[in-house]
Design a protein around this ligand. Structure first.
Ligand code: NAD
Length: 253
């Protein structure tokens, strides 16, 4: 059997997911990255492990992700449900298909991954681990983000439930809840707001994005990856069923 612990990381093509893949590889894990499109050519060459293209808003996509991890590694010790996107709109105009897609990627995909991986996580020799990259928006709302905030609050409920169900089988579940992280997801919001308000991107960052942070900076993707790596140590198991809030003081208010 494969001696290395094995992880499945979704949304591995960008931002936080990519940083988690790199960090886990550095720590000696086998990692399957899953994103909408598998990287091709030179990009694929530079990746430290296998990857899969799958649409995780579908049941088949989530099933394929778990199957591929088990095929590659013969075991699965950790699932990191990270893939996601944002949609910003007043509730009265909120596109209903976007709502469905947000719930599918941010809430239903983590549920399906846990369900399909459950047996493998139970068999993990050091205890299976489930980590959702949730958000400060799992704990507090912002206007115009009805779909995202609702799904993130929901995934915290899923994590709590998995923690209670998994404990007798040595499976732990944790929700990492960052404030704003320097990734394309946030960079897109900065440029959209700059356009909408007719102001510079620097001003958007200072006057809009960083407003909720007590500490006025963005979090780096590697900082989130560090937390995920810590959760894989024996001490990390104590965070079973809890949000690990890393929001620079946002929810301290
Ligand atoms: P990102 O846009 O850099 O990366 C997200 C990845 O998910 C992309 O590669 C995208 O292709 C993939 N993805 C989206 N839809 C998919 C689908 N249907 N199937 C498969 N893959 C899909 O974003 P990020 O900032 O790295 O976000 C990662 C996670 O962290 C998300 O769940 C996000 O909500 C959460 N988060 C981000 C921030 C932040 O400020 N950036 C803060 C808190 C939480």
């Amino acid at each position: 059997a494969n001696e290395q612990r094995a992880a499945l990381v979704t949304g591995s093509g960008s931002g936080i997911g990519r940083a988690i893949v790199d960090r886990l590889h550095g720590d000696g894990w086998s990692v399957l990255g899953v994103d909408l499109k598998a990287p091709e050519g030179d990009l694929a060459e530079t990746l430290p492990g296998p990857s899969l293209g799958a649409d995780l808003t579908t049941r088949e996509g989530n099933r394929a992700a778990v199957d591929a991890a088990l095929e590659h590694f013969g075991r699965l010790d950790l699932v990191v449900a990270n893939a996601g996107f944002q949609h910003v709109s007043p509730v009265a105009d909120f596109d209903e298909d976007r709502w469905d897609a947000l719930l599918a990627i941010l809430l239903t995909s983590p549920f399906l991954l846990a369900k399909y991986a459950w047996e493998a996580l139970r068999a993990a020799p050091d205890g299976g681990r489930f980590v959702a990259i949730a958000s400060a928006h799992a704990l507090a709302a912002s206007p115009f983000k009805a779909g995202y905030v609702s799904a993130k609050h929901g995934v915290l409920g899923l994590v709590k439930t998995l923690a209670l169900e998994g404990a007798p089988d040595g499976i732990t579940a944790t929700a990492v809840c960052p404030g704003y992280v320097r990734t394309p997801l946030v960079e897109k919001q900065i440029s959209a707001q700059a356009q909408a308000h007719g102001i510079s991107e620097d001003r958007v960052l200072e006057e809009i994005i960083l407003t909720p942070h007590a500490l006025k900076r963005l979090i780096e993707p590697s900082e989130v990856a560090d937390v995920v790596a810590f959760l894989q140590t024996p001490a990390g198991g104590a965070f079973n069923g809890s949000p690990v809030t890393m929001d620079l003081g946002w929810t301290a208010r």
